[in-house]
Design a protein around this ligand. Structure first.
Ligand code: SF4
Length: 376
């Protein structure tokens, strides 16, 4: 059987942008879970199963125009066209790395831009999603943080990033993993993240979806109460309070001494673990003694550590350098000796600045960056 025709990602004709004098942008149906869509469309549809037809057309077939949903009557298609929009973003650029990683730059309806990275790995792929257009948390090792904060993404803008992968992948969501490790702090956009996850977790198992946070305590508490939760990852990056505060200012507000006890109470399935991401920065946090401190810090937690050699970027300064590979491996071995599960993340897409911490907002002036703040 020939593979189904997958539409290429184009620019939808109607982005829902208000013209001069037009009061409100049209409501984006992509960001609505099934029950909310049913309530919204109650007066338009003749039979309840129409909701299913519209929902599947959007999320399984990836239509970008209501006119393509030919199972609906002409009148209903016209009404949908008039009152709503399918908020697929404009693909401004697409770069492909030598290792197959693809980085998209999407322009949203108001001109804000985000990056999404698609990382293939055999018959699997991982999509690295953005949750905000920029990030206000200003982690010192992160290019996104260097460029400063932007607005929250809507639930539709989060879901739309996933639809791009489906458009490139005739197998749909087969083998697809989602990680919220792109631009922004997902737990500072909690409501829209939760709504997007309601939609995404209908199609993809929670085990293949990971939300990574810098440690926003109220957000973690809220996540703990969700009936269906994705996997949790914590951007840790330092083995003690002082050094974490130095490279992650958010640690002053939500310090390790409050974060770690909260994680110890976080509800997990059997054998599930919390991932702790640890960016290794040369001569800052990469000594064997730091591995000992890290093992001590995570003692008793259901933890696995993901080591990430820093992806250097000129805007971060000379001080921010990656350790030698043998030093990275020595650090990992030390963690294993101390009884921690530890892996090293393979660098992907660094030739197109799509690697961890390299996503940026190209149309914005950077925040006032004081390199003298770095003490290495
Ligand atoms: S590492 Fe994450 S939380 Fe920190 S500045 Fe970058 S995007 Fe924001």
């Amino acid at each position: 059987m020939p593979p189904p025709v997958v539409p290429t990602l184009g620019i939808p004709e109607d982005l829902g942008i208000p013209e001069d004098g037009e009061a409100e942008p049209k409501q984006d149906l992509l960001g609505l879970p099934r029950d909310r869509m049913a309530t919204l469309l109650e007066g338009l549809i003749d039979k309840p199963y129409r909701i299913d037809q519209i929902y599947r057309a959007l999320h399984e077939h990836g239509v970008d125009d209501f006119g393509q949903i030919t199972t609906l009557s002409k009148d209903l298609r016209a009404s949908l066209q008039r009152e709503f929009t399918i908020g697929l973003p404009q693909e401004a650029t697409r770069h492909q790395s030598a290792d197959g990683t693809v980085k998209y730059l999407f322009r949203l309806h108001d001109g804000a831009t985000i990056e999404t990275v698609d990382i293939p790995d055999g018959d699997r792929r991982t999509l690295c999603l953005s949750s905000q257009a920029g990030c206000a948390l200003a982690c010192r090792f992160c290019v996104t943080g260097f460029w400063g904060g932007g607005r929250n993404l809507t639930s539709g803008e989060i879901v739309a990033q996933v639809l791009t992968a489906k458009r490139r992948d005739v197998e749909g969501t087969h083998g697809l993993n989602l990680v919220f490790m792109g631009m922004g702090e997902p737990l500072l956009n909690l409501d829209n993240l939760h709504t997007a996850l309601e939609i995404l977790l209908e199609q993809i198992s929670w085990r293949r979806v990971t939300v990574s946070t810098a440690g926003i305590l109220p957000g973690i508490e809220a996540m703990a109460a969700w009936p269906v939760r994705p996997q949790l990852a914590i951007s840790l990056h330092a083995p003690d309070e002082d050094r974490r505060s130095e490279i992650m200012p958010i640690n002053r507000k939500y310090p390790l001494k409050e974060l770690l006890p909260l994680l110890a109470r976080f509800p997990l399935a059997r054998k599930q673990r919390i991932t702790f991401e640890y960016i290794l920065i040369r001569d800052f946090n990469d000594a064997k003694g730091d591995a000992d401190l890290l093992a001590q810090l995570l003692k008793g937690l259901p933890a696995k550590v993901n080591l990430i050699p820093l992806n250097g970027d000129p805007v971060l300064g000379e001080e921010m350098r990656s350790p030698e590979p043998r030093r990275v491996e020595a650090f990992r071995q030390r963690l294993l000796e101390r009884g921690l599960m530890a892996t090293t993340r393979r660098q992907r897409g660094d030739d197109i600045s799509a690697a961890c911490g390299q996503l940026r907002v190209p149309n914005r002036e950077p925040r006032g960056f004081r390199r003298s703040n770095l003490r290495y």
